[in-house]
Design a protein around this ligand. Sequence first.
Ligand code: ADP
Ligand code: MG
Length: 346
Amino acid sequence: MTENEEHFIIASGLVKIFQVADLEVVALQGLDIEIARGEMLALVGPSGSGKSTFLSALGGLDRPSAGKLEVDSQNLLKFNQAELTAYRRDQVGFVWQQTTRNLLPYLTARENIELLMTLAGRGLRERHEWASELLEAVGMQEYANQKPTQLSGGQQQRIAIACALANKPKILLADEPTGEVDWPTAQMILKLLHDLRDRYDLTIVLVTHDPRVAEQADRVIAIRDGRTSTETIRAEAQEASAESALVAAPTLREELVVLDSAGRLQLPGDQRTLAGIGKRAKIELVDGGILIRPSDDDRAERPETEPEDEQTSSSLYRSLYSADPLPTPERRNGKAKGRTWWRKSK
Ligand code: ADP
Ligand code: MG
């Protein structure tokens, strides 16, 4: 992998502040994400955590307030308005959850695709040929002359994906692309995204709140409060920990916490509670990694119940990443101290 492939998209310390009347809403508070060329990345996280804000910044629809955002060695924060418009038109394609936002209702499927190419100044012949290829690529040749209302939700999303690819972008951004379709249709759309990624060398970033959808991606990044919190990658079978091997997940995955540029990491709420870590922790360098242990103060006053917020995060992590049942009090005691090992990532 060349350096350019490894760091195709780099967000570092990305900040976005929305001014709403007298209030400032900090939607991104120093987000760090790196995406490799050709990767299919899923972004998950609670509503309001900044997923759409990041997608808009990445797509050149909105400007971040501060930080770094580079795509294919271009600094998006340095673009003037014309450059940003050209970037949005030529280098990225969007698919939204609401099919009505993707397609014009009074145009046929083919016309919807060709319109975007007309706006980008492509010639008649090129428009026709490329639209035909895209209709074939999304399996919708037979529906070229139908209008969106004559198509099912899944078919509309397939045309929407073809429209997103009209200008041959390098990046496909999809905000809840399967949010309004049933699971079999969602699976079909995901398969299509995988196929198109391979066929057109796309890098795909998709936002979803469905763990089944996230699982289909190469990597899952969880965002919390406008920051990257954890990352889940496909784990090599032989490297999996004994614990994760017990989890009957369809694909073996390993969840990693993400360190920001200052070396800060967020300990997942459930593991923190299981380890009895409160406000302070002891850090010890041990063979093979770092051991994080509760401080003596915390050991003394272990909370009996999890605070509200951690309960939420704990169930979120579980529902997203494992089939592991919620811990019973016995298990919790059994698993208490010394279980929080952070292995050095390769
Ligand atoms: P998500 O997509 O993860 O649900 P968003 O990126 O839409 O979250 O929103 C992140 C935060 O920024 C929220 O608090 C939201 O209310 C706020 N926000 C998003 N867009 C705007 C906007 N245009 N004006 C003001 N606040 C916004
Ligand atoms: Mg959103």
